[in-house]
Write a protein that binds this ligand. Structure first.
Ligand code: ADP
Ligand code: GLC
Length: 490
């Protein structure tokens, strides 16, 4: 096996082209780190409606994508490079599937043909490799959207990918690509794979389940989450299936793109700062309070939240605790969008409480400004495969208050008053009281134990979660996958 690997990396969203969550951050950063290790890597994503074709280069030939019982569909392909890199990213352009207002759904809910859309995309990834004469050593699929890839490569496309190993990364087990079994005829993988050990769940197809079975290696985005998904509490019905494949399961913590998330050079901030000069953080706090209409009070602990308003992020816990918390002398700023009840509920809280502010929507600039202006950052997730915001918070000196799950548990060390150590505050039970008391504990440390708080801030701001380290781990997994693949064939 040659040292340098050829990798095709497929993802439904990639920064800076499209992002709804952390998957996009990973897909925009990990391939660059892999390329720096000397590997040849291409990235593929769908061209959604709002990705401007004019800014991309169009490939001369269209791409034929066989859709089994549906016939052959023709897509256009565009390309450019990832930000500040030479890594090529290809866009599969098929208006009927991706020329829509949302990525996965709209106000009416998830698109009902999501299975077809992403099976089409997965097949297009393989067809594109053929068209480019790019025979990869590794196909790297991400989440349910591209989870069909490992099985497709082993069946329908086996002639062209006989020596290619596949790796599937689970960023979030909650979404599995559960769909009608008729998709098997579109996939053309053969009905023998429609069985409870591979694609089948309750007489329907579960794309992620099939991907876990077919991949030569499976990864998830923290070590703790790799353990958790093998238990009923976090397995979303797939814990048994994952346990059966645990011999090829690895947890690799995500890194951070410190070119984007760095208070010393962040262009979204009114003033930059770093661990040796923290006065700028006070200015960021003041500006945040002003911009959000909060009383400008430098001594009052300010707690930030940025994230999707969905159950995963613990928004129900926050909703249940918020009025009690706001009775204390603290301020809370929230940025997010998602479930309607949550948007409405928190809007009402913002209307009634002077120490609470909210922005409903998606804003990268505000996300940066909240990290910089907050003293603490709240992330009480019910489950959290990795979580990026708490890692960004560390660098910005906004000490995370988290529930000890998944990547939150792996990255946050609880404050220990006796030894003066830690980088944040943790609680364990998914209970309102636990959240409430931990927030007040953290606020108390901020007010009354200034020295300890500042020591934690300094420590947190110097921690480094690098993509370089993660890429080295992925490389090991790639080699493991290739060995398994070759082992099977000899
Ligand atoms: P998840 O992928 O589960 O949403 P992560 O913490 O891994 O959680 O990543 C979320 C990413 O999306 C972070 O980069 C965060 O800053 C960003 N984000 C989430 N909601 C918003 C929002 N409303 N505005 C701006 N950025 C957001
Ligand atoms: C998912 C997870 C999040 C993780 C991200 C990137 O969206 O919810 O915890 O950080 O993927 O891997």
């Amino acid at each position: 096996m040659s040292e340098k690997l050829k990798i095709v990396f497929a993802a439904a969203e990639v920064v800076p082209f499209e992002k709804t969550g952390g998957l996009a951050d990973v897909a925009g950063a990990l391939p660059k780190a892999l390329e720096k290790l000397g590997h040849e890597i291409i990235v593929v994503m769908p061209r959604y409606y709002d990705i401007d074709r004019a800014a991309l280069e169009k490939l001369p030939a269209p791409l034929g994508v066989p859709m089994g019982s549906r016939g052959e569909f023709w897509a256009a392909v565009y390309k450019t490079t990832l930000l500040q890199s030479k890594v090529e990213i290809y866009f599969i352009d098929y208006e009927a599937y991706f020329g829509r207002s949302g990525l996965y759904g709209d106000a009416a809910g998830g698109y009902t043909d999501n299975d077809e859309r992403f099976v089409f995309f997965s097949k297009a990834v393989l067809q594109l490799c053929k068209m480019l004469c790019f025979t990869p050593d590794i196909i790297h699929a991400n989440d349910w959207h591209t989870a069909a890839l490992p099985l497709l490569a082993k069946t329908r496309f086996v002639h062209d990918f006989a020596y290619t190993a596949s790796v599937l990364t689970i960023h979030n087990l909650q979404h599995q690509g559960y769909c009608h079994k008729s998709i098997v005829d579109v996939m053309e993988v053969g009905w023998e794979h429609f069985n409870p050990h591979e694609l089948e769940s309750l007489d329907a197809v579960n794309l992620l389940k099939g991907g876990i079975a077919a991949a030569d290696a499976v990864t998830t985005v923290s070590k703790k989450y790799a353990q958790e998904i093998q238990t009923p509490a976090f397995g979303f019905g797939l814990d048994g299936h994952i346990r059966a494949h645990s011999h090829k399961l690895f947890g690799i913590l995500n890194g951070v793109d410190y070119e984007e998330w760095n208070p010393a050079s962040d262009s979204y901030l009114p003033v930059t700062y770093d661990v040796d000069g923290m006065s700028g953080k006070q200015v960021c706090k003041k500006t945040l309070q002003e911009n959000f209409g909060l009383p400008v009070l430098p001594e009052v602990p300010l707690i930030g939240f940025v994230g999707r308003f969905v159950e995963q992020k613990g928004i129900e816990l926050i909703a249940a605790a918020i009025h009690g918390l706001l009775d204390h002398d603290i301020q809370v700023v929230m940025l997010g969008t998602g479930e309607q009840w949550a948007e409405a509920f928190f809007s009402e809280v913002a209307y009634h409480r002077k120490n609470f502010a909210l922005h409903v929507g998606y804003s990268n600039a505000l996300a940066h400004q909240i990290e910089a202006g907050s003293d603490m950052f709240l992330m009480p997730s019910l489950f959290e495969p990795c979580g990026l915001n708490q890692i960004y918070s560390l660098r910005y000196g906004a000490l995370p208050i988290v529930r000890a799950v998944g990547g939150l548990d792996d990255t946050i060390v609880n404050y220990d008053a006796v030894h003066g150590t830690g980088n944040g505050f943790k609680f364990y039970d998914a209970a309102v009281e636990a959240l409430y008391h931990t927030v007040l504990w953290a606020a108390g440390v901020y007010r009354n134990e200034k020295e300890a708080f500042e020591k934690m801030q300094r420590y947190a701001m110097q921690e480094h979660f690098s993509w370089e380290d993660a890429a080295v781990e992925y490389e090991k997994v790639y080699r493991f996958a290739l060995e398994r693949k070759n082992g099977k064939e000899t």
